[in-house]
Write a protein that binds this ligand. Structure first.
Ligand code: NAD
Length: 310
């Protein structure tokens, strides 16, 4: 991609899109942005970004359009709905969906705009809002290799260059992302169960976790990610439980579509839905852990390390 840097249209300035656009701006990409919440753009506009009232206006004023929206329905509304991307994008233009979503929306766009030569990629991400803020997202791209190569500078402004992965054709990015989330959420529920049972059986939480970390049952979740709860009581409000349930629903739907029975994934989805019913849509993605803390009768926390004791 030759300089001057292309103008990037960005739709969805939430927990993820906010950080991603700030990094695009820092990397020198002119931005045209929109969101249902105009206040989400204040900082970007102060930095020189241009506001557009509709997705169509974003697309008309940009060289490529990125969507970072909550669910497939939001993506469909913003792209194919009235005043959507399709109403503004030029023939041969590029649309990258970085939402955690499913291929059906893009497939419908491809069918509806078959004669317009649009370049469409799915490029969902991992790395939480902190990864979006520091430009170190992992990105899983489904689409044509020449588009991935052409757009690499855009992805590198938002992600870790070592972990920007072209994972296959259209839809492969969505599938990889959904499977990563499915496995991580399964680790969360499994870890919560064994810690709750072990503690109720009288084992010290720190001793139990150390034993798990040193055992063949260790996982990245037990070793690292669970510490945000055990040390800080942080259930990651940067990713809402409602969105985690959405991802688990899409994952089970995908399994159904490809005719693979997924008993475990179905159970994990229901545990997350129980937590959502108990703690609310906006609770953090790791709040299902709290269901097990409620069973123990106390939050599972490692004792703060006392000076000189260890
Ligand atoms: P969010 O709810 O914080 O932000 C979404 C933004 O989209 C909001 O600002 C909302 O106002 C805006 N929006 C909704 N519909 C719109 C429309 N039609 N037009 C314009 N703006 C619209 O969500 P998020 O946490 O940023 O997640 C975005 C996507 O990224 C989701 O698919 C999510 O699953 C995925 N994701 C999130 C995380 C995370 O840690 N938050 C991590 C990886 C992937």
């Amino acid at each position: 991609m030759s300089d001057p840097r292309p103008t990037v249209g960005f739709i969805g300035l939430g927990s993820m899109g906010g950080g991603m656009t700030r990094n695009l701006q820092r990397a020198g990409f002119p931005l045209v942005v929109t969101d249902l919440r105009p206040e989400s753009a204040t900082e970007l506009l102060a930095g020189g970004a241009v506001w557009a009232d509709t997705a169509a206006q974003v697309a008309a004023a940009s060289d490529l359009v990125i969507t970072m929206l909550p669910t497939p329905r939001h993506v469909a509304d913003a792209v194919s709905g009235p005043n959507g991307v399709l109403d503004g994008i030029r023939d041969g233009g590029t649309w990258i969906d970085m939402s955690t979503s499913v291929p059906e929306v893009a497939d419908a766009v491809r069918a509806a705009a078959a004669d317009r030569g649009l370049r469409i990629l799915d490029a969902p991400v991992s790395g939480m809002s902190v990864g979006a803020a520091n430009g170190m997202l992992q990105i899983f791209i489904g689409g044509d290799a020449d588009d991935v190569a052409r757009l690499r500078p855009v992805f590198e402004a938002m992600g870790d260059p070592e972990r920007i992965l072209h994972v296959g054709g259209h839809g492969a990015g969505y599938a990889v992302k959904l499977m990563i989330n499915q496995l991580w959420f399964s680790h969360l529920v499994a870890t919560a169960e064994v810690l709750a049972v072990g503690v109720k059986a009288g084992v010290d939480l720190g001793v139990l976790r150390d034993a798990l970390v040193a055992s063949p049952a260790n996982s990245n979740f037990v070793e690292h990610d669970v510490l945000s709860i055990l040390e800080r009581g942080d259930y990651d409000e940067g990713f809402a439980l409602a969105l985690a349930c959405k991802d688990l629903g899409l994952s089970v739907d995908l399994a159904r579509a490809v005719n693979v029975p997924v008993e475990l994934s179905g159970l994990v989805e229901q545990v997350f839905r129980r937590a959502k019913a108990s703690y609310g849509d906006r609770a953090g993605e790791m709040t299902p852990f709290q269901l097990y803390e409620d069973l123990v009768g106390t939050p599972l926390r490692l004792n703060p390390v006392e000076e000189g004791v260890r």
